[in-house]
Design a protein. Structure first.
Length: 100
């Protein structure tokens, strides 16, 4: 699974999932996103470690990964969305979604 890949990505970059020979991650500047960002991924993308999804590059700058269809991830996302809705009344919480 994904955790095993992170522990030993083999010939791939653990951030962009491209083969090391094609990876440019080390050339990217070290920055952090100023807001909380969650990359929502389909389980088929995660299971096949598809390198074509560029949204996962956001993980390098502080985003969090959530894989839809995995119960612990689904619950984490529901809790996060409830938190955002609760903040909306207090301080104007916000959320956005875009296809990867």
């Amino acid at each position: 699974g994904y955790q095993a890949f992170l522990a030993d990505p083999g010939q791939r970059c653990r951030d962009c999932w491209l083969l090391q020979a094609h990876c440019a991650c080390t050339d990217l500047p070290a920055v952090r996103v100023p807001s909380r960002v969650v990359v929502l991924m389909h389980p088929a993308e995660l299971g096949r470690l598809r390198a074509s999804n560029t949204a996962k590059l956001l993980l390098r700058v502080g985003a969090e990964l959530c894989c839809w269809g995995h119960e612990e991830h689904d619950q984490w996302l529901r809790d996060l969305l409830q938190e955002v809705v609760a903040q909306e009344g207090e301080q104007g919480g916000e959320a956005a979604a875009a296809p990867s």
